[in-house]
Design a protein around this ligand. Structure first.
Ligand code: ZN
Length: 120
């Protein structure tokens, strides 16, 4: 599938955080906290239920269905991430943040990005 992949805030190394970035980061942290509290309250899933949900979700996509992106996270680190092909940008919907493997910030929202050549 042909898709137009866009870049934002390049060069990533020189990107300056905006007020909107700070707000998105706060929202992502608040959402993650909320989810964690709900998960802590919820009863543990039985093995049967876990299996049923897995079957419902189907098998995970094949690696060839992913495209690679370079993204700059809120904490300032630049990482490589994978997103399903056909996506114009890597920060849509629930995928707008990552756990930073370098400093451990989780969530750390994506503030700038560029598609990596050779894919998509
Ligand atoms: Zn980081």
């Amino acid at each position: 599938m042909e898709s137009k992949r866009v870049a934002q805030g390049v060069p990533l190394e020189e990107y300056q955080l905006t007020r909107a970035d700070h707000r998105r980061q706060q929202e992502a942290v608040a959402t993650a906290d909320w989810v964690q509290r709900q998960v802590a309250k919820a009863p543990r899933w039985s093995d049967e239920k876990f299996k049923a949900i897995q079957e419902l979700l189907g098998s995970p996509p094949h690696p060839s269905e992913f495209a690679r992106w370079r993204v700059r996270l809120y904490c300032g680190h630049v990482r490589e991430v994978r997103r399903l092909r056909g996506q114009e940008r890597p920060d849509g919907g629930v995928t707008d943040h990552e756990r930073c493997g370098e400093c451990g910030l989780d969530p750390s929202v994506i503030v700038a990005f560029e598609p990596l050549a050779g894919d998509g």
